[in-house]
Design a protein around this ligand. Structure first.
Ligand SMILES: C[S@@+](CC[C@H](N)C(=O)[O-])C[C@H]1O[C@@H](n2cnc3c(N)ncnc32)[C@H](O)[C@@H]1O
Length: 215
């Protein structure tokens, strides 16, 4: 077993996080015991962040005590691994689907540093009062204007880093994904330095992951 980032390990060729809630699974992931610790195998086909790590992400902005605003938490697959990594921080999980929220609640009941927020990421003014400090934003919402949504959220907090999953096709089914992607990253440059852009294929063929640092 080898640590590849703080809180992220490589075990038998797969990546994993140390399970902060031993015995508890979020999405049927495999659990592996090593000594007195338990690790959750992190599936790159289910999580774009896991895919990005396997595709050569150079800097993971999450530290043990990072506070994270997670936009588009869905039922908590990736957010739960972020919660394992940032075990002394808080993960504010914004999700606007009530159906997803029901599943997310069950995860947040176990992983006590995950705070569910039923909200719309396009309108940070409706939920930012409930959030103390944010060091990193992780955004994975299938919405048009993804760069605008991230910039709007980043203006509410003095964060250091952001990670954005861009799904070009959801922005506009007609225009070329390459062009859309270029336009979105140009917008991001107003607020961030683009540290790395990662093509997630073969794990995910529709998305790029963009790793950003605040200017
Ligand atoms: C691709 S899924 C996220 C998967 C998740 N990040 C993971 O890796 O476990 C996108 C999620 O964003 C949510 N979503 C889309 N638009 C949103 C918005 N404006 N505000 C909040 N959530 C949104 C959807 O309901 C969906 O659950």
């Amino acid at each position: 077993m080898k640590q590849i980032f703080p809180g992220v390990y490589k075990i038998r060729g797969k990546i994993a996080t140390e399970n902060s809630t031993p015995g508890f699974r979020v999405y049927d992931e495999k659990l592996i015991k090593k000594g007195d610790k338990e690790y959750r195998i992190w599936d790159p086909y289910r999580s774009k962040l896991a895919a990005a790590i396997l595709k050569g992400l150079r800097d993971l902005p999450f530290k043990r005590d990072s506070n994270v605003l997670y936009l588009g938490a869905s039922s908590g697959t990736t957010a739960s691994h972020v919660s394992d990594i940032c075990s002394s921080g808080m993960i504010y999980c914004v999700e606007y689907s009530k159906r997803m929220m029901r599943n997310l609640f069950q995860v947040c009941e176990k992983k006590r540093n995950m705070i569910p927020i039923l909200g719309d990421a396009r309108y940070p003014e409706t939920y930012f009062h409930n959030i103390a400090i944010v060091d990193v934003i992780y955004q994975d919402v299938a919405q048009p204007n993804q760069a605008d949504i991230l910039i709007r959220n980043s203006e509410k907090f003095s964060l250091n880093y952001a990670i954005l999953a861009i799904k070009s096709r959801s922005i506009n089914a007609v225009r070329s994904p390459k062009k859309i992607f270029r336009e979105e990253t140009e917008k991001l440059k107003e607020r961030f330095n683009v540290m790395q852009v990662i093509d997630l294929r073969p794990y995910d063929k529709d998305h790029m992951l963009v790793n950003l640092k605040s200017r």
